[in-house]
Design a protein around this ligand. Structure first.
Ligand code: KG4
Ligand code: ZN
Length: 363
C-alpha cells in the first residue's frame, strides 16, 4: 500500500555508462546506488556502447541488491518499479528495461517506462522539494543541451531549444582531449580552470585560470542567430576555436596555458547557457529555473547561474553534483511522481526508444 509519505518506487537507469538503482519514498530519497563503467571507456576517449552494455549486465544485480539493502527495502514493499526507456544507447537501455520487466513480472508490481531527460529534471524534487510548475529546465549533459518548459513534470514538457551540433558535455569532453586532460573531460576542465592541484599541465601555485585570457566565440548569440535559433545552442564552433588556438600555440613552440584556456572556454559555454536560460524564463513568464544533467555539476555554471538569476529575480534550483550526473534516483523520483498523480503503468512489453523525445514523459 502507498503510505501517506508517498509511493515507494525503485528506479533503474542504464541509458549510458552509469548503472543506477535508486529508491524513493514520495519526495524522499532513501538510497541511490550507482556503478559506473567510465574507467573502461577512458582509453577510447568516449563511451563505447558494447562495453557499456556488458558493464550494465555485470553491475545490475549487485547494484540492485545494494540499493535495497542500504535503503532497508524489500522488493515486496515497493509500490512500483520505474526504468529509463529512452533516450540513450540502445543496448544499454535494453539491459535496464529487461531487468525492470523481470522484476515487475516476478513481484507483480506496476512498471513505469520513463524518459531519462524528464528524470534529470524530476530528481531535484528529492533535494529541494516539489517542483514549481511551470519551471524552466535547462538540461546540459553529454548528449543534450536543451531548454525545456515544464508545465507538468509527468505529462507536459515542451522543448524550446536544443543543441544544433555538439552537446555542452561533449564540447567539454572534446576540449579536455585537446588540452591533454583525461576522459570524461568535464570535471577536469572544471578543475583546470580552478587551477587545482593534480591536473595535468596546471601549475596549482599560479592560482585559478584567467577566464578572459581568450575571448572564445559565443555560438548562436548574434542578432540573426537569435532570430532563427533563439533558444538553440551550438558548441561545435567553440570547440574548433579552442583546438585552433591550442594548435597555433604549439606550432609557435609556446606552452599552452591549460588553466587559462580551460577557464576561457568554460566562460564561453556558461555565458551562452545562462544568458539563453534567463531569456527563456523572461520571455515565457517563468520565475523558476532548474539546471540538471552532468554539466550542471560545473562550478562556474553554478556560480554564474546564481549571480545572473539573482540579478534577474529568478529562483534557481540546481541539485547537488551527485544527482546531476546519471543515477537511479532520478528515475525513481519521476516514477513516484507518476504514481502519485495517478498515471497508469506502462505495459510489460514496453519498448525502448533510443531517441525518445522529451515531450514523451512515459511510455
Ligand atoms: O548527465 P550525464 O552524467 O550523462 C549523460 O546523460 O550524458 O553527463 C555527462 C557529461 C560528460 O560530458 C561530463 O564531461 C560532463 O557531464 N560533466 C561536466 C562536469 N561533470 C560532468 N562538465 C563540466 N563540468 C563538470 N564539473
Ligand atoms: Zn543523463
Amino acid at each position: 500500500m502507498t503510505s501517506s509519505d508517498g509511493p515507494l518506487v525503485l528506479g533503474i537507469e542504464t541509458s549510458c555508462d552509469e548503472t543506477g538503482v535508486g529508491i524513493v519514498r514520495g519526495e524522499t530519497l532513501l538510497f541511490d546506488a550507482v556503478a559506473s563503467s567510465v574507467d573502461q571507456h577512458a582509453r577510447y576517449g568516449g563511451v563505447v556502447p558494447e562495453v557499456a552494455s556488458r558493464a550494465h549486465l555485470e553491475a545490475i544485480v549487485p547494484t540492485l541488491e545494494r540499493a535495497c539493502q542500504e535503503a532497508g527495502v524489500r522488493l515486496d514493499d515497493l509500490d512500483a518499479i520505474a526504468v529509463t526507456a529512452g533516450p540513450g544507447l540502445a543496448g544499454a537501455l535494453l539491459v535496464g528495461t529487461a531487468s525492470a520487466k523481470a522484476l515487475a513480472l516476478a513481484t507483480g508490481k506496476p512498471l513505469y517506462g520513463v524518459n531519462h531527460l524528464a528524470g534529470h529534471v524530476a530528481v531535484d524534487i528529492v533535494q529541494h522539494g516539489p517542483l514549481p510548475e511551470p519551471t524552466m529546465a535547462m538540461l546540459v549533459s553529454g548528449g543534450h543541451s536543451s531548454l525545456l518548459l515544464v508545465a507538468d513534470i509527468t505529462s507536459d514538457i515542451t522543448s524550446l531549444g536544443d543543441t544544433i551540433d555538439d552537446a555542452a558535455g561533449e564540447a567539454f569532453d572534446k576540449v579536455a582531449r585537446v588540452l591533454g586532460l583525461p576522459f570524461p573531460g568535464g570535471p577536469w576542465v572544471d578543475k583546470a580552470a580552478r587551477g587545482l592541484d593534480g591536473v595535468p599541465g596546471v601549475d596549482a601555485e599560479a592560482g585559478p585560470g584567467n577566464a578572459t585570457y581568450v575571448d572564445f566565440p559565443r555560438g548562436l548569440t548574434s542578432g540573426r542567430d537569435m532570430e532563427r535559433h533563439r533558444f538553440d545552442f551550438s558548441f561545435s564552433g567553440l570547440k574548433t576555436a579552442v583546438a585552433r588556438w591550442v594548435e597555433a600555440r604549439a606550432l609557435a613552440g609556446q606552452p599552452v596555458p591549460v588553466a587559462d584556456v580551460a577557464a576561457s572556454f568554460q566562460e564561453a559555454v556558461t555565458d551562452v547557457l545562462t544568458r539563453k536560460a534567463i531569456l527563456a524564463c523572461q520571455e515565457h513568464g517563468v520565475q523558476d529555473l532548474q539546471i540538471g544533467g552532468g554539466v550542471a555539476a560545473n562550478s562556474r555554471l553554478r556560480s554564474m547561474a546564481e549571480e545572473r538569476c539573482a540579478a534577474a529575480g529568478i529562483r534557481l534550483r540546481v541539485p547537488r553534483p551527485g544527482l546531476c550526473t546519471d543515477n537511479g534516483a532520478m528515475i525513481a523520483t519521476l516514477g513516484a511522481q507518476l504514481v502519485a498523480r495517478g498515471h497508469a503503468p506502462s505495459s510489460l512489453d514496453l519498448p525502448t526508444d533510443s531517441s525518445m523525445p522529451v515531450s514523451r514523459v512515459q511510455v
